[in-house]
Ligand binder design. Structure first.
Ligand code: PLP
Length: 360
């Protein structure tokens, strides 16, 4: 068996320990004689798996009791519709457009009500986070929406926007569990898990109880009503059982590693290695304004498309895979999520140095 260093933006690298454990339990989960994939979601064994997963997530993020945790299907993109459907009482919401995912959510919201663009960084290819300290926030906005870490462009909100008392809704898909978070600052936190936590398809929604309402938009499908899922503890229908089980294992792994404070320390350490190199390199440059740099997704370019392609190809041959940047930015992107070891980043930088010397 040989494993590569996988810098994919998502689905992405998972902890080897978790994968090994899952492999060990594949045929016979703890003496049940079957895989978690094969068991009833109503069974006692599975109930323990999903309850444990929720409790471990609550411990890790310090989630207050007045927030519900929902394990749902449909990925993050399904919540682009669920958010307005569940929250648009006045049919009006504000969106801060800092990249493709925020834009998609914004466009989806327009189907259901009035979505207002409060700020945008489209003018400079989303390479920065706009100043959100004094936005023009109308009194009747139902919520303010952000994509907290922009996976494609590599920017991150270092301070949350001043929502002037409106509920903050955040898509945290690509920064989920990468550092401690004060849940009380948000009305809703949600994210697809395939960036930092588990297999694609599962989306976790953390929502304050008073925002879980009966009077959602009339056309809301049952499956998109947070209340249905909250009342049924994520077991209204068959949940993505196996995916949730893997998420649960990653939560336990994170706890064992020292929790989110420790992840933050590690992630800062890893990101610094790469950003420091980009800042001193004569060949490679980062594409993001320094103060807005993400700890998770690091886009960079050489300024020469042919050389970018050559780098991606040679890196891949050397075991550093999925470094090609998103087509809208070009160049390269290294996603260095929780499960990417420091050694992976160090070796990537050593490879980049060598490439720079050879192509000077
Ligand atoms: C990947 C990603 C999405 C889309 O997730 P799906 O599960 O494919 O719907 C949405 N938002 C952000 C920030 C992402 O990184």
């Amino acid at each position: 068996m040989s494993r590569v260093y996988n810098f994919s933006a998502g689905p992405a690298v998972l902890p080897e320990e978790v994968l090994r454990e899952a492999a060990d339990e594949m045929m016979d989960y703890k003496g049940c004689g079957m895989s978690v994939m094969e068991m009833s979601h109503r069974s006692k064994v599975y109930d323990e798996i999903i309850k444990d997963a929720e409790q471990d997530l609550r411990d890790l993020m310090n989630i207050p009791d007045n927030y519900k945790v929902l394990f749902l299907q449909g990925g993050a993109s399904q919540q682009f519709a669920a958010v307005p459907m569940n929250l648009m009482k006045n049919k009006k919401a504000g969106y801060i457009v800092t990249g493709q995912w925020a834009k998609k959510a914004y466009q989806e919201a327009k189907i259901y009500g009035e979505a207002v663009e409060l700020a945008s960084s489209a003018d400079k290819t989303f390479s920065y986070i706009p100043d959100c300290s004094d936005l023009d926030i109308a009194d009747d906005l139902d919520y303010v929406y952000i994509c907290e870490n922009n996976t494609i462009y590599g920017t991150k909100f270092k301070t949350l926007p001043n929502t002037k008392g409106k509920e903050l809704v955040a898509d945290v898909s690509s920064c989920f569990l990468s550092e401690p978070v004060d849940v009380t600052k948000y009305g809703v936190i949600y994210g697809g898990v395939q960036k930092n936590i588990g297999p694609a398809g599962v989306v976790i929604v953390i929502v304050r109880e008073d925002l879980i309402r009966e009077d959602v938009l009339p056309e809301t499908p049952t499956m998109l009503k947070w209340k249905i899922h909250a009342d049924n503890e994520s077991l209204y229908n068959t949940p993505p059982c196996y995916g949730i089980y893997i998420c649960g294992k990653v939560f336990k792994w994170l706890k064992k590693m020292g929790g989110l404070e420790e992840m933050k320390r590690r992630n800062e350490e890893k990101a610094k290695i790469l950003y420091d190199f980009l800042d001193e390199s004569k060949l490679f440059q980062g594409t993001v304004r320094k103060e807005d740099r993400s700890l998770m997704n690091v886009p960079f370019v050489t300024g020469n498309e042919e050389l970018d392609a050559k780098f991606v190809k040679e890196a891949s041959a050397a075991g550093f895979v999925n470094l090609k940047g998103h087509r809208s930015v070009g160049g390269m992107r290294a996603s260095i999520y929780n499960a990417m070891p420091k050694e992976g980043v160090e070796k990537l930088v050593a490879f980049m140095k060598k490439f720079e010397e050879e192509n000077a």
